[in-house]
Structures are given as C-alpha cells and as structure tokens.
Design a protein around this ligand. Sequence first.
Ligand SMILES: *[C@@H]1O[C@H](CO)[C@@H](O)[C@H](O)[C@H]1NC(C)=O
Ligand SMILES: *[C@@H]1O[C@H](CO)[C@@H](O)[C@H](O)[C@H]1NC(C)=O
Ligand SMILES: *[C@@H]1O[C@H](CO)[C@@H](O)[C@H](O)[C@H]1NC(C)=O
Length: 433
Amino acid sequence: MSGCPYSIASRMASTFSLFFSIFIVTFSPTLCLNQYHPLDPLTQSEFNQIKSIIQSSYPSQNLTFQYVGLDEPEKSTVLLWNSKSTAKSYPPRRASVVTRLNKQTHEIIVDLSTHSILSSKVHKGNGYPLLTVDEQTLANELPFNYQPFIQSIKRRGLNISQVVCSGFTVGWFGEGKTRRIIKINSFYTNGTVNLFVRPVEGITLVVDLDIMKIVQYSDRAVVPVPKGEGTEYRASKQKRPFGPRLNGASVLSGGEGFVLDGNIIRWANWVFHLGFDVRTGTIISQASIYDLDKKKYRRVLYRGFVSELFVPYMNPTADWYYKTFFDNGEFGFGQTTVSLEPLTDCPNNAKLIDAYYASQEGTPVKISNAICIFERHAGNILWRHTEVTIPDEVITEVRSEVTLVVRMIAVVGNYDYIIDWEFKPSGSIKLEV
Ligand SMILES: *[C@@H]1O[C@H](CO)[C@@H](O)[C@H](O)[C@H]1NC(C)=O
Ligand SMILES: *[C@@H]1O[C@H](CO)[C@@H](O)[C@H](O)[C@H]1NC(C)=O
Ligand SMILES: *[C@@H]1O[C@H](CO)[C@@H](O)[C@H](O)[C@H]1NC(C)=O
C-alpha cells in the first residue's frame, strides 16, 4: 500500500497536483485501486480479521461484538502523514472493539498489521455499550412467549397478532445498575401502521440482555389504546395530491461534478475525507478549501460527526420517565442508517455509496446506498453585482450557488434523521439535521 504515489497531502501541499492527477489517470489507473488514508473506515476484510483475532483470544461462543470501529491515529500523526508527500509510512492500523462477555464489557484495541491484541481492559463504572441490532430483535420477540404478557393483552381485549413490541433503553437516575437491561413497550396496529400513536400503556417488561430473559414484569393499569382511525400517514392512503412531480426530486443532470478518490472527495475548491462508523454514521475529516489568494489549501474542519443525539421526553409518569435516549450512543446512527432510495431520498445526479459495520458476531454487514453525494442546484444566488454608475456602461454579473451535499438517513425507532453535510464554495459548511 505504501507504494501508492500520491495522496490528499500531495494535492493539498504540492503545486504539482494537476500533474499528479494527470499522471494517475493517464499512466497508472490501477496503481491505487485501494487508496489508503489513515482515517478510512474499516473494510469488510478488516472486520473479518478483527473477528478472527478476537475469537482466537476469547474462544467463548457467548462473546458479542457491541462496537467495532477504527481506532483513529492521533491528529498530530495524521497531519504528519499528510505533510510527507512521498515514501509515506502509514500510521499503525488499529481497531477499537467493545465486547460483552460473562456480563462484563471489554474494551479492546486490535492491531491489524501485527494481527494481535494491543490492549484489553474490563470497563468499570457506569455505562453500557451500544446495543446490537440482533439483541434488540431477540428481546422484542420475548413477550410473545411470556404468559403474563399474553394474559395482559387478552385482558385488554386486544388481538395479540396485532401487537408489536419495541425495546427502549432505560436511562440512568443515580441508581446502582448491575444489569444491562432494556424495557419493552408494546403497540397496537390493528388497521394502522402508525403504531407509535397506539401504545399499550400500563405494562412494564424488563429484559436482561446478557441472559436474554424477562426479569421483571408488571401490569399496573389498563389504559385505553388510542383509536387508529385517521392516523394513517402513507401518501397512497391519503387524499392529498401526491403526484409524481411532488414525489421525485429532479435536477438538471450533467455529471456528478465531484471526484471520489478512495474515500477522498474533491469538489470545486473543497477536498475532504468521508468515513463511516457504526455509532456515528458519516464522518467528515480534513475538510480543506483552496485559497486562491494564498495559493494553498486552508484547513477548515479536522473531524466532524454527530457525536450524540439526546432525546429526553421529560414526562415523569411510570411508562415514560426513563425515556431519555441517546439515539447515537445507545442505538447507533451508523447501524440504523437506511438504504437511500434513488430519486426520492437523493436527486438524480447523486452518487450512492455503500457502508459496512460489524454485526454482533463480528461479521461485516453491508448497507447498500448508505450515503449519497450530490451537487445541489437550489436556485440561490452566490454572488451578484450590477454597476450602473459608470456612464454608458452597465456591468452585471450573477453567479449561481452550487453546493455539495453528503447525506445519510438514520432511522431510530420512529424517528427519521436526515443528516446533510453541505459544502459551500464560500468556505462554509452547513450541517443540517
Ligand atoms: C453461554 O451462555 C449460556 C446461556 O446464558 C450459558 O448457559 C453458558 O454456560 C455460557 N457459556 C460459557 C462458555 O460461558
Ligand atoms: C380491529 O380493527 C377493526 C377494524 O377497525 C375493528 O372492527 C376491531 O374491533 C378491532 N379489533 C380490536 C380487537 O381492537
Ligand atoms: C387477529 O389478527 C389476525 C392477524 O391480522 C387475524 O388473522 C385474526 O383473525 C384476528 N383475530 C381476531 C379474533 O380478530
């Protein structure tokens, strides 16, 4: 990999960047098929390698992978790597892994180049790792084989086949917590898909995720389930005029307008690195803009991502008080990233790319079309001036604003978070959720 003759650094620092681009395109198009940057997200083969390293050190079948991500090198190391234009030695490639085994959380650093575990410690104190998709699925199925719950549903005159269960993290209110638990809530569909407006209140189901069992149950009160009528939200079931023109986002086509080089994106006067993590979703790194006056790239953002999204419901009742979700740290924006629908989630000039994360078993999971990148032609004006003061002369110049958007959508429970990073030629970056 170190034979790769160019990098973001050579483009940013060297006046020969044009030469390098031409060199690559013309003479060695296959030399850098897997261009490597120290902040690149873990690849499928790296996930598999990590799984095998961990499993040979912890041969228990009960070990679960709660988090697997890049253990990113220090900023100073990355900047030093950037500053060398040739003969680069890459910073060590490492992964940060959080596992659950024997009711303990293990924090492990894996070195991929030496195929070994660099450090491992048991987490002490408060806090539990990211939930996996698999354990949430298993937990949500438990109530349907649990007689007290089945009886509670019957007692309410509801049809169990129309009940849907969903697990929720429980927050922390100063109590000494010894078990990794979630609470399961149930909802009633029967004629609507808008199930979150029809909670079956009054029932508390607590699941211990480490043993995957219901460990606490109470049915306090029968609360009427709200009516399903009039709660349907699907366009196809509504009378509003959702014609094809309103459904499809369409812009002028004319190419993507940017270059994707490994995980580096070059567009207009911008260059940045695009990463992905199971917890945070998209990560923008080393965003720099070319300064025409200074004739060099200026660093704007070293690393940007949604670090957390806190959703406290602030309702003190028994069914609601604990709803204080960390949608990112507990449920994971990366693993809840959905496949984007071409032409509706993203315009027709978008490029869609896949992303990967590790499952509870440590194996790579692909999210097709996880991220889209597109030029936005919103019809805004970037700059204009009309000079009418000079006799016999009128000067008018208008420049339309074109921006570049990097989009992903995380779906946590019934929340769809559309996360856009928008790069503007003026040098500003707009993060929109
Ligand atoms: C794995 O988990 C199961 C179920 O909790 C338990 O019965 C078994 O003893 C565990 N195995 C090991 C090796 O810890
Ligand atoms: C389910 O919905 C149907 C149609 O709205 C209604 O007639 C029925 O009473 C509902 N059943 C239950 C058990 O809520
Ligand atoms: C309960 O719901 C299922 C699934 O929709 C349906 O087939 C069944 O007839 C319902 N049972 C009653 C008693 O309404």
